[in-house]
Design a protein around this ligand. Structure first.
Ligand SMILES: C[S@@+](CC[C@H](N)C(=O)[O-])C[C@H]1O[C@@H](n2cnc3c(N)ncnc32)[C@H](O)[C@@H]1O
Length: 379
C-alpha cells in the first residue's frame, strides 16, 4: 500500500516520474543509480497505474493514484456529464467520499466550487493533488452539512455486491439534510432501495452500462432516465407511454442500450423509432427502415428463422458467414457449443440474435448497417 509520504516524495521528483515506465528492467536499473530502490519501485507502480488509467481518466499521466482508488474512480466522461448537470443548478458542492478525486476535479472544472471529504488519507491527498481543491480527511458521518447547498456521494461499494450494498449505505445518503443530493450507485441496484421522488439516471458509456446516478427530488426531472455518453443523449421512461406493439420480426432490429432496458424505457424507444417488439418479454425492437440512434445498435436482418442448429448452419453458409457475434436474450444455452456446431466457413461477419418470438426459440441472422443505409435520424 502506497503511503502519503511516498506520494509526496514522488511528487517532489518530476524527473523520476517522467523517466519511470512500466515493465522495463533496464530503465529500473538505471533509475536506481540516481534514486533509492523503494522510490523507483513506487514510481514504476505509479507509471503502471497511470497507463492503466489512460483509457478512462483524462490527463491520467499527471495524476496521483492508488490501485484501489483507480479501481473505484468514475471515468472522466461520466464524471463530466454529472458535473455539467450539477453546474446547471448549483454553484457549490461537497463531494463526500471523494476517493482519488475523479468526480471532484470534473465538478471543479465545470465551474462548481467544490470541496472533498474522504476518510482515507491517501485518497484524500491524491484528490487534493488531482483536483486542486480543498479535501478534508474525515468520516462523512461526522461532517456538519447545515449551510451546504449541494452534496454528491459516491460511496464505496461492498465488494461483489451489484445491487446497491455500500458504505455508507444508500439509505444514509438519501436521508442527508440537504435538498440537492446526487448519489452514485451500482447499475444493478435494487430499485426498492430508491426513496420516493428520487430520479434514477442509468448511464452508459458507449454500450457499457456504468452506473445509476440517483438525483434527489430537488434535482429530479424524471422518474427514470437512460443517458448514453459521450454524446449525452438522454431518454426518459415515461410511465404514460403505451407498451410497444408486438409484431413478427421486420427488416431491421435495434438492440437497445443496456441503459434503456435498465431504465424501463424500451417502449419509449419503440415510440421514438416507430418500432415494435418481437415478443413482449424481449427488448429487441424492429423497424421498417434503418435508424440511427444513440440508444441502440441497429442491424439489418438477413434471415429470420426458428431456432435449430441445422437450419442456422445452412443459413450461415448461404450468407457466406465466417465469424459470428452471438447475442442471447431470452434463450438459454451454451453459445460456445453452438459456435463449434455451426462450423463457419464463409468470409462475412454476422451478428446472430438468439431470442424468442411469440415465446418460441428464434434466430435472427443480422449484419451491422453502414451509415449510408440510414434514412432516419432519431431525435
Ligand atoms: C467509490 S470511492 C469514490 C471515487 C470517486 N468518486 C472518484 O471518482 O475518484 C469511495 C470512497 O469512499 C470513501 N469512504 C467510504 N466510507 C467512508 C466514510 N464513512 N467516510 C469517508 N469516506 C468514506 C473510501 O475511502 C473511498 O475513497
Amino acid at each position: 500500500m502506497v503511503t502519503v509520504l511516498t506520494l509526496r516524495q514522488l511528487a517532489a521528483e518530476p524527473e523520476l516520474l517522467a523517466a519511470a515506465v512500466p515493465g522495463d528492467l533496464r530503465v529500473v536499473t538505471s533509475l536506481r543509480e540516481q534514486w533509492p530502490a523503494s522510490l523507483v519501485a513506487a514510481a514504476t507502480s505509479l507509471a503502471e497505474l497511470r497507463a492503466r488509467a489512460s483509457s478512462r481518466l483524462r490527463d491520467a499521466s499527471s495524476m496521483m493514484l492508488t490501485a484501489v482508488g483507480l479501481e473505484q474512480a468514475t471515468s472522466s466522461v461520466v464524471a463530466l456529464h454529472r458535473a455539467r448537470r450539477v453546474a446547471a443548478s448549483a454553484s457549490s458542492i461537497v463531494d463526500l467520499c471523494c476517493g482519488i478525486g475523479s468526480d471532484l476535479r470534473e465538478l471543479s472544472a465545470a465551474g462548481v466550487r467544490a470541496i472533498g471529504v474522504d476518510r482515507d488519507e491517501t485518497h484524500a491527498w491524491c484528490a487534493r493533488y488531482n483536483s486542486g481543491v480543498p479535501v478534508a480527511v474525515a468520516d462523512v458521518r461526522d461532517v456538519r452539512l447545515a449551510s451546504v447547498e449541494a452534496v454528491y456521494v459516491d460511496p464505496a461499494r461492498r465488494s461483489g455486491d451489484r445491487r446497491g450494498g455500500s458504505e455508507p449505505p444508500l439509505s444514509w445518503c438519501q436521508a442527508l439534510p440537504v435538498a440537492q443530493v446526487a448519489v452514485k450507485a451500482a447499475p444493478g441496484l435494487d430499485m426498492a432501495l430508491v426513496a420516493a421522488g428520487w430520479e434514477v439516471e442509468f448511464v452508459a458509456e458507449g454500450r457499457d452500462l456504468k452506473e445509476a446516478c440517483l438525483w434527489s427530488p430537488a434535482w429530479a426531472t424524471a422518474g427514470r432516465r437512460a443517458t448514453v455518453l459521450p454524446a449525452g443523449d438522454s431518454l426518459v421512461a415515461d410511465p404514460s407511454t403505451p407498451p410497444a406493439p408486438i409484431r413478427p420480426p421486420g427488416p431491421y432490429v435495434v438492440d437497445p442500450s443496456p441503459a434503456v432496458t435498465r431504465a424501463g424505457a424500451v417502449a419509449d424507444l419503440a415510440a421514438m423509432l416507430d418500432g415494435w417488439q418481437i415478443d413482449k418479454q424481449i427488448a429487441f425492437l424492429c423497424t421498417d427502415s434503418p435508424v440511427s440512434t444513440p440508444f441502440g445498435r441497429t442491424l439489418e436482418v438477413a434471415a429470420s428463422l426458428p431456432f435449430g442448429v441445422k437450419q442456422l448452419t445452412a443459413e450461415l453458409r448461404r450468407l457466406d458467414v465466417g465469424a459470428v457475434d452471438f447475442r442471447r436474450r431470452g434463450l438459454a444455452g451454451d453459445v460456445e457449443d453452438l459456435r463449434r456446431r455451426v462450423k463457419l466457413t464463409g468470409s462475412r461477419q454476422a451478428v446472430v440474435l438468439l431470442t424468442r418470438v411469440d415465446d418460441k426459440p428464434w434466430t435472427l441472422v443480422c449484419f451491422p448497417i453502414t451509415p449510408s443505409t440510414v434514412t432516419f435520424e432519431a431525435e
